[in-house]
Design a protein around this ligand. Structure first.
Ligand code: FAD
Ligand code: SIN
Length: 540
């Protein structure tokens, strides 16, 4: 297949981009591919909402910028923070135009929620299922655009670059170019080639690298791993955000989230003795930034020998709770927890990847004709710790910016070809599966995945040490060798590709964590408990 614009991922980032580019270029073809059904994305599970400066009496761009910078712990790119905060409200107005509904209060104004690290109420939400509503509105809007083709159940394996034309491509190769992707069509089990003048990665997060995560099973870091294999730049992978309050349900994966907005409305964290412990850790108590709350919970669990703490909502108005959080109320009730009478058992879970594919302010990656936006990208907004509800905002702002820049890039390539020049993308060979056989034992893949998740959770979690990182590194080396051998000799399957990608992501997280000889934001290493004077991004 050949297309003009190729988008990988049907979450908020991919759909924002696709919609805009399809509207701007109605005579060009936009293909959006996703490995699952169209709405199975991290986006769909977003609860708390989307942050944006909306209240011009109590809020200001400056306040949102400062909150983002404080949460990011000295590592945010200030220019990018300003861009996102200032362009954000316009992007929110757009999604409202496309049909997304956010809750309003009795006066008819948008009801603004609060989460950790925000100095004022600024989070627009749709009950406690904001992402589902945004995803619904976007999918419905793109249906009206005939030049968008959404292909589901199509797994992207790798990016096409000069490497596939027989050239040696290394980290020091200048002008690596992307010509599209190889995909595994999950309907007919064939490997196909899709070439495109512009390719956009919007492949989301990598929470599945950990045993306990809020992320659905699609979150396997595929985009990051593909760019790394293609010798592109990856940044700050050590900053994995653990959400403080996932519902504690041993053996259930992914973990159900109890949105931070519950604490924004007055929920209080308590340890097993009933003590409201957050005041010992931070003046902002339960609404301190996430890295601080997650570490405090981790410390309380270790001190008390428990596997969870509690979120106490019993003092909150039952009517208000059910109105704002109907999904959480029902979920808790379904497992025998009446939040008006019982405390909710909660524990931290891997939630968000702050680092990722390094991009500039136009969402360009280090590979030509390849853009990245959304959770898979590292734009510089989040620094060492993301401010709650800044992620949906970032995805929309950079989906838009990628669109603006990539239509210019597309025109350059198009002009060059209209002069009769050959496009290297035409010469990419078909996939070669020679010498591979059907996999005999799925257990080799499923067991390795469990091992990987165990290693990452035990040694590369909320608190790290040099010894734990060195151990993780050794164990990942072995998993890497075994999996590469399997990949060389067997027919590819999505399970095998995801395992391979997660091992790469695990390796990048461990590498980033080992290079960072300090504790900052989400990365806490007891061997270097202080922040270093040298503020740097770790690029791999
Ligand atoms: P996603 O929405 O994850 O979409 C990724 C897409 O890429 C999917 O379509 C997937 O199928 C596709 N894909 C991936 N790999 C491949 C491949 N190899 N081949 C083909 N397709 C592929 N953020 C906020 O700002 N506010 C919140 O309230 C909030 N709450 C959250 C609650 C939960 C439970 C979770 C998990 C996250 C939450 N976040 C929140 C974070 C936010 O939802 C995500 O960061 C954001 O939705 C990511 O959007 P995205 O478009 O980048 O990726
Ligand atoms: C939540 O609702 O607590 C999650 C918000 C986020 O991850 O930004």
């Amino acid at each position: 297949m050949q297309t003009d614009f190729l988008v990988i991922g049907s979450g908020i980032a991919g759909l924002t981009y696709a919609l805009k580019v399809a509207q701007a270029k109605p005579d060009k073809k936009v293909v959006v591919i996703t490995k699952a059904q169209s709405d199975e994305t991290n986006t769909k599970y977003a609860q708390g909402g989307i942050a944006g400066v909306w209240d011009d009496v109590n809020d200001s761009y400056q306040k949102h910028i400062e909150d983002t910078l404080i949460a990011g712990d000295g590592l945010c790119n200030e220019k990018i923070v300003e861009i996102v905060v200032k362009e954000g409200p316009e992007r929110i107005r757009e999604i409202i135009k496309w049909g997304a509904e956010f809750d309003k209060d009795a006066t008819g104004d948008y009801s603004l929620g609060k989460e950790g690290g925000h100095s004022v109420n600024r989070i627009l939400h749709h009950k406690d299922v904001t992402g589902k509503e945004m995803e619904r509105a976007m999918l419905q809007t793109i249906q009206a655009l005939p030049n968008i083709q959404l292909i589901t159940h199509c797994f992207v394996i790798d990016l096409l670059t000069q490497h596939h034309l027989g050239y040696l491509v290394t980290k020091s190769t200048l002008d690596i170019e992307c010509y599209g992707v190889y995909v595994l069509n999950l309907v007919n089990n064939e490997i196909e080639k899709i070439t495109a003048k512009v390719t956009v990665l919007a492949t989301g997060g990598n929470g599945q690298a950990y045993r306990t995560t809020t992320n659905p099973i699609i979150a396997t870091g595929d985009g990051v791993a593909m760019v790394y294999r293609a010798k592109g730049r990856i940044e700050n992978m050590e900053f994995i955000q653990f959400h403080p309050t996932a519902l504690y349900q041993p053996g259930v994966s992914p973990s159900f989230l109890i949105t931070e907005a519950v604490r924004g409305d007055g929920g209080i964290l308590r340890n097993k003795t009933g003590e409201a412990f957050m005041e010992k850790y931070d003046a902002r108590k339960d609404l301190a930034p996430r890295d601080i709350v997650a570490r405090a919970i981790d410390s309380e669990m270790k001190k008390n020998g428990t596997e969870h703490v509690y979120l106490d909502c019993r003092h909150m108005s039952q009517e208000k709770f059910i109105h704002h959080f109907p999904n959480i109320y029902e979920k808790c009730l379904s497992i025998g927890i009446d939040v008006t009478k019982d405390m909710i058992p909660v524990a931290p879970a891997a939630h968000y990847s702050c680092g990722g594919i390094k991009t500039d302010e136009h969402a360009r990656t280090s590979i030509r004709n390849l853009y990245a936006c959304g959770e898979c990208a590292s734009t510089g907004l989040h620094g060492a710790n993301r401010l709650a509800s800044n992620s949906l905002l970032e995805a929309m702002v950079f989906g838009h910016r990628a669109y603006l820049d990539s239509i210019k890039r597309f025109e350059e390539v198009d002009d060059y070809l209209s002069l009769g020049n050959n496009w290297a993308g035409n010469n990419i060979p078909d996939w070669n599966a020679e010498g591979t056989r059907e996999p005999k034992e799925m257990i080799l893949i499923t067991q390795s995945l469990k091992e990987l998740q165990q290693i990452m959770s035990d040694y590369v979690g909320i608190v790290r040490t040099n010894v734990r990182l060195a151990r993780a590194s050794k164990r990942l080396d072995l998993l890497f060798e075994e999996t590469e051998e399997l990949y060389r000799s067997t027919k590819v399957s999505p399970q095998l590709c995801e395992l391979r990608n997660l091992i790469t992501v695990g390796y990048l997280i461990v590498k980033g964590a080992s290079f960072r000889k300090e504790s900052r934001g989400l990365h806490f290493n007891t061997d270097y408990p202080e922040k270093s004077a040298l503020v740097e991004n770790i690029v791999l």
